[in-house]
Ligand binder design. Sequence first.
Ligand SMILES: [Zn+2]
Length: 132
Amino acid sequence: MSFCTVVNCMDGRVQLPVIRYLQDRFEVLYVDSVTEAGPVKSLAEPVDETVSQSILSRVAVSTEKHGSKIVAIVAHDDCGGNPADEITQRRQLEESVDFIAGHFPETTVLGLWLDMDWSVFEVTSRDPAGGA
Ligand SMILES: [Zn+2]
């Protein structure tokens, strides 16, 4: 069994494209999903402590119980939970990747952006601290 992790939006349109992308990209069988409405809004500065702590505790289940070494974070066009423009969302995505990487230094952390046609773009990443 192999797992990776995604911090995804709860939007139904982005679930399958992200899961399929991660399965292909990392050859994993299972993608553990942590969902919020526009999660990068809560993980970027200023961090929303209530939401971010909930996300961190759920990501930790995936890394600790399932041995996930990869965490992807998703932002997307037309996000109901985070109706900021693309430039703002991409900045929040960068900050969110830094935030998660700071808490899970053993993992690779990716930022994914989905366009209006639900194509997946890997726009940023952080390697594990110390290399792996
Ligand atoms: Zn959304």
